[in-house]
Design a protein around this ligand. Structure first.
Ligand code: ZN
Length: 243
């Protein structure tokens, strides 16, 4: 299906168009299964007119998307049961929940599944073990990538920049004026190329604190494919934020 794009001040919104005979006068907004915008238009309405209407109301469209994605998330709540698929570094893995004598429990990625072994196999218990595991994996992987990008960036000294994890609802990362990088552990569910994008972005903020031209030049240098990864997070990010 053909995709079109409108833009607001700070984001691009992609959309697809379908025509339904029952829709006679105005366009309707929906989201598809992937959380992207679908515009349902009257049968005779031209693409040009659809596009102009959407672009004029781009802020309204952006707000609609935020709300609709949140609702979609609600519908897809995880149950933390055997076989349910969860994301890790861009891949889906089924949960394999095994009763195990030890109270502390253990989570491992083994043979294509996320194996959770614990005495308490309840949904709540599995959820909290899985959250801890994501956090540990995020800590390990992000730290490794931060070393790589720190070394690739000439403006970063010999020491790897300090990093901490913090769960956030809308942001993947930030960089304080003192150079402390904060990363969202949910990001570990996204493909590694997206993780690299966020880390490279924050490493650029160590030199340039705002999003000026100089900042984008650094980002281009450190991760030339940043646009693609940014777009992926904008379109699919809500899936990784779901827990
Ligand atoms: Zn930034």
């Amino acid at each position: 299906m053909k995709r079109y794009t409108i833009s607001t001040d700070d984001q691009c919104i992609h959309y697809e168009v379908i025509h339904r005979p029952a829709v006679t006068r105005r366009i309707h907004l929906e989201i598809n299964d992937e959380g992207n915008l679908r515009v349902v238009a009257p049968r005779r309405m031209r693409q040009r007119a659809i596009h102009q209407t959407l672009q004029k109301r781009a802020h309204h469209v952006a707000r609609f998307l935020v709300r609709a994605r949140a609702q979609q998330q609600d519908l897809q709540d995880y149950c933390y049961i055997n076989g349910e698929e969860h994301l890790f570094m861009g891949q889906r893995y089924p949960l394999e929940i095994l009763q195990h004598g030890q109270k502390a429990g253990k989570v491992d990625l083994i043979a294509g599944s996320i194996q959770v072994r614990a005495r308490d196999c309840s949904s709540a218990g599995t959820k909290s073990r899985l959250e801890n595991w994501y956090r540990q994996q995020a800590q390990k992987h992000f730290a490794e990538r931060l070393i790589v990008f720190g070394q690739a960036a000439p403006w970063v000294g010999d020491e790897t920049p300090p990093m901490r994890l913090r769960r956030m609802k809308r942001s993947w990362g930030s960089c304080s004026s003192k150079g402390l990088i904060t990363l969202n552990p949910h990001l570990v569910k996204a493909p590694s190329s997206c993780i690299d994008y966020v880390i490279a972005h924050e490493v650029c903020h160590l030199r340039e604190h705002n999003h000026g031209e100089a900042f984008y030049a650094l980002q281009e240098q450190l991760l030339p494919a940043w646009r693609r990864e940014k777009a992926h997070l904008q379109n699919k990010g809500h899936i990784y934020l779901q827990m």
